[in-house]
Design a protein around this ligand. Structure first.
Ligand code: GDP
Ligand code: IMO
Ligand code: MG
Length: 423
């Protein structure tokens, strides 16, 4: 069978974790393909809430095998904390979590470098999650990285070489730091990793495909944070798009099946960078308050605004999305009016429906307005119950984006999910 990919179409936090958990029963295997502990994927069921950072969101459903793929960057200490917390709540992962030997390790000095580079940027800070993501991917690309498979042989030496390179850079930046304690805990994380199945995951995944098993690939971040197509330089350092999933799993493009593109019914962004539809008035405040828009990892307040269909159309195109998933429309259940940005007005007065090279300045959103549905939808279980205005909003979005909306989510719980049609 083929690999279905689920990925974010906006600036992250669309609700990927929730939907991966919901879809997992249909699959034999779930795999992350990029990002690292900058991700925070929230799942809620049976009155419990879990936030996953490096562990795939398929881990709670029926003992399915979950894989941390080669495209991921892994911090062994944060991973240990995450896995131990799950074990303490009765979810032992050691048998069914596989980790690619080719995934790169986030070293303690990567975290320090992340902070040092941000400090050096002054006012043009990215607002990273501070988890060492950029420096780790930089080392991977510049062929200085250390990988999970390296911990099995002569690791101390490999670690020392990488650390020495980082120390040189940090010295040149005059950056003060002390990682004595962090390093000790990090090495405990390395030991902890050894009890998991450290594998060549490209073989595991391709064998599963050949045996007719189904695979779901879980993206982290979102298309507008992609290293190539996001709002560069205010992006993350990995390929968050569908094409990136092939490289991040070792799966050929012709093995990709459905591409699930997930978006919020409005828009959020955390960290710095352009955000054309950002709202600074009471609408923004309402979206933030009603949507509890605070980062799952950093607790930072997320910036909010109306949905941006120019950016979404671009994301649908880049990823070849075949099915859309709309999240958090319940946050707008009380709104009298809903707005959607359908085009940008540029500096020279022209209008464009296409996402331009630069959205930093001189991009003014052009909105259409629609009546809100003003109905509490959080307990609905079928689309037969949808109010007329809500159906009109769905049809409008499908028309604008050219792809059907298969799933809508009307609350954070696993059960608050409505599948509009079965394939
Ligand atoms: P991810 O990073 O894409 O997995 O998303 P996050 O977990 O960072 O952020 C999504 C947030 O919205 C989490 O707090 C979820 O519990 C919550 N959430 C997900 N779906 C819905 C929904 O349909 N309605 C509401 N109100 N909250 C939701
Ligand atoms: P999930 O998977 C939202 C943002 C950071 C910052 C930029 C670069 O939960 O959707 P990084 O630490 O990656 O170098 O930061 O990207 N960012 C996210 N924003 N959701 C995420 O992940 C994010 N991961 C990174 O805030 O602006
Ligand atoms: Mg998140």
């Amino acid at each position: 069978m083929k690999v279905d990919v689920l990925l974010g179409l906006q600036w992250g936090d669309e609700g990927k974790g929730k939907v991966v958990d919901v879809l997992t029963p249909k699959y034999d295997l779930v795999t992350r393909f990029q990002g690292g502990p900058n991700a925070g994927h929230t799942l809620e069921f049976n009155g419990e809430k879990y936030v996953l950072r490096s562990i795939p969101s398929g881990i709670f459903q029926g003992g399915k095998v979950n894989i941390i793929g080669n495209g991921v960057v892994l911090d062994p200490l944060l991973f240990k904390n995450e896995a131990e917390a799950l074990a303490a709540s009765g979810h032992d992962l050691t048998k069914r979590l596989y980790i690619s030997k080719k995934a790169h390790l986030i070293l303690p000095t990567h975290r320090v470098l992340d902070a040092a580079y941000e400090a050096a940027k002054g006012d043009s800070k990215i607002g990273t999650t501070g988890k060492g993501i950029g420096p780790t991917y930089t080392d991977k690309i510049s062929r200085n990285g250390v990988r999970v498979g390296d911990i099995l042989y002569n690791f101390e030496e490999k670690y020392a070489i990488a650390k020495a390179k980082h120390e040189k850079i940090l010295k040149s930046l005059n950056y003060e730091y002390d990682i004595t304690e962090l390093e000790r805990e990090w090495f405990a994380g390395i030991e902890y990793l050894k009890q998991f199945n450290l594998v060549d995951s490209e073989h595991v995944i391709n064998k599963a495909i050949a045996e007719g098993k189904s695979v779901l690939a879980e993206g982290a971040q979102g298309t507008m944070l992609d290293i190539d197509f996001g709002s560069y330089p205010f992006v993350t350092s990995s390929s968050t798009i569908c094409a990136g999933s092939c490289a991040g799993m070792g799966v050929a493009p012709n093995k990709i099946g459905d591409v699930y593109g997930i978006f919020k019914a409005y828009c959020t962004r955390v960290g710095a960078g352009p955000f054309p539809t950002e709202s600074f008035d009471e609408v923004g405040d309402q979206l933030c308050t009603l949507g509890h828009e605070f980062g799952s990892v950093t607790g930072r307040k997320r910036r909010t605004g109306w949905i941006d269909l120019v950016a979404l159309r671009y994301a649908v195109m880049i990823n070849g999305v075949t099915k859309l998933i709309m999240m958090k429309s319940d946050v707008m259940d009380t709104f009298e009016t809903i707005k959607a940005c359908v085009a940008y007005k540029l500096n020279d007065g022209t209008e464009t429906p296409d996402f331009p090279f630069d959205i930093t300045e001189g991009v003014e959103p052009i909105y259409v307005e629609m009546p809100g549905w003003q109905t509490d939808m959080t307990k609905m279980t079928s689309e037969n119950e949808f109010p007329e205005e809500y159906n009109a909003y769905l049809s409008f979005l499908e028309d604008q984006l050219g792809v059907p909306i298969k799933i809508v989510s009307v609350g954070p719980d696993r059960d608050q999910t409505i599948i509009r049609y079965e394939d």
